[in-house]
Write a new protein. Structure first.
Length: 153
């Protein structure tokens, strides 16, 4: 059994020298320009655009704080989530309900409607179970019997 050895094709010196010349002629990449304000270090903004952006950010924070400070959920324009609306329905009804009954009550009271999901009651059930598991005694829900929940008093 014999093995063949292959030789690499010799690259002409003219091609090698042309490649070397192209590398030398290529402009060197420079470091990116430093930003006018560094958000990580907390430097103050330096340009007018940065000042306007800081004002917008502060206005958004104030708006969010105002919405959070409002104690009554009906006065705000923010829509309730399914679990928040279910907690409200259960606290008003004082009776244990299963997830399907809660979804029907939410729709009847116009607190929440499904955005098009096929099984919103399954999603609500799992989120209630998850809240009970994570928050324990501080959860808004308590399991009354198999498949039924009541408001935690």
């Amino acid at each position: 059994m014999t093995t063949k050895t292959t030789k690499k094709a010799a690259v002409p010196k003219a091609i090698k020298s042309a490649k070397a010349a192209a590398k030398k002629a290529a402009p060197k990449k420079s470091a990116p320009a430093k930003a006018k304000s560094d958000q990580r270090t907390g430097d103050a903004p330096r340009s007018q655009l940065d000042l306007e952006e800081a004002k917008k950010l502060e206005a958004a924070r104030a708006k969010k704080a105002k919405a959070k400070a409002s104690a009554d959920g009906e006065t705000t324009t923010k829509k309730l989530s399914a679990i928040d609306a279910a907690a409200k329905v259960l606290s008003d009804s004082k009776a244990a309900m299963n997830a399907r009954e809660m979804i029907e009550a939410l729709a009847a009271k116009n607190l929440w409607t499904s955005p098009g999901g096929q099984t919103p009651w399954a999603t609500l059930y799992s989120s209630i179970i998850r809240e009970i598991a994570t928050k324990g005694k501080d959860a808004r829900f308590v399991k009354a019997e198999r498949g039924k929940f009541a408001a935690n008093a």
